[in-house]
Design a binder for this molecule. Sequence first.
Ligand code: AMP
Ligand code: GLY
Length: 424
Amino acid sequence: MNLLVLGGGGREHAIIRKLKENPKVNNIFALPGNGGISYDARCENISAMDLDQVIDFALKNRIDFAVVGPDDPLAKGAADRLREAGIPAFGPSAAAAAIESSKVFAKELMKKYNIPTADYRVFDSAAAAISYAEALGRFPVVVKADGLALGKGVIIAESPEEAVHAIHGIMTERIFGDSGNRVVIEEYLTGPEVSVLAFTDSVTLIPMVSSMDHKRALDGDRGPNTGGMGTIAPNPFYTDEIAARCMKEIFMPTISAMNQEGRPFSGCLYFGLMLTETGPKVIEYNCRFGDPEAQVVLPLLETDLLTVMEAVTQKRLSDISVSFRKGSACCVIAASGGYPGKYETGFPIKGLSDGQLPGVSVFHAGTKRTEDGPVTAGGRVLGVTGTGDTLKEAAAQAYAAMENICFSGMHYRKDIGEKALQAT
Ligand code: AMP
Ligand code: GLY
């Protein structure tokens, strides 16, 4: 079989490594892929957003099955276009991807179908949002741009001044462009956060092993928000009891809500949850695998990934069982100096081959292949995943592998998994 994967981050590298395990797979193509992916798949310099070129490439290369990794091509209709061209594609339609690409859509869906989430208000004018924020008695409050904003569209405002500043940034200065046409102002929730990725064909939903992201740049959950500096799986806060409750109160109601709205969701649905004192609530939905959640969840997947993805696209997920190995995984992200702010690229990455310890995978995110070896090419450069029977073992493996790797300016958090270890 010839497979096509759209995207070029650590998530796509983890997906490709897993797809490669299937003996039916002859070729994997990645658009555009990255330096590390180019050792596992054939990369072509075509943007996943250039859908005309993507379809042309897929037809020319006789693609049998496609996987769309990132949110923006999904929101643009990449999966629809592939299916229209006769190519089975894993990923939701643009209509279903609205669950991530519009926070207003997601909030209204949850309200209409009684899915637990933070209380909120939507505003389409800065003046109205500002007078609402100024009159609020309780802080912090959460200000969110409606549309996609590279994971940066959420601001926790500690005071009316900070809320006004955030609203101005989003709606007046338009720092996220059209994503800031509307804002959501919502109640600040507290409690442990859990990410649950689930396979769904719009009828059956199978949750994957739970995980925990570490979004802040610095140890101890300090510093600015990032795309994710590390993950662990499973998440110890997510007990069997909470899982059963989420299935009943959140996961299945979401699937049925999307069906009732005429936007059946098929692919990987990501539930960003907060376990509050009054029960689990949805913080956000994503219409795809999380990054770097995929880098801990997929290494623990025992069932063949292509088999599961085919069952999803053929709407027969209920026919198969999906299992995860017992044990844990821990992914630590190596980032460029300065990330999530400004950073330089083009630095040689040393020690990658020595990084290969048993149970360790090095997934590339922002890297480029050159004649002299891989160099840095993005903010998040590598995701080093360790696996083991326990989280402690998995984290020790990831950090041991990280010790061998270096590039100029490299920084990584030293405490990925510590919060989870303290909870156990
Ligand atoms: P998002 O970009 O939607 O993933 O949000 C980024 C982070 O902001 C989440 O992982 C939470 O830590 C935080 N966050 C979002 N919404 C809320 C909320 N209503 N209450 C507290 N924290 C929130
Ligand atoms: N790690 C969070 C996300 O993928 O959106």
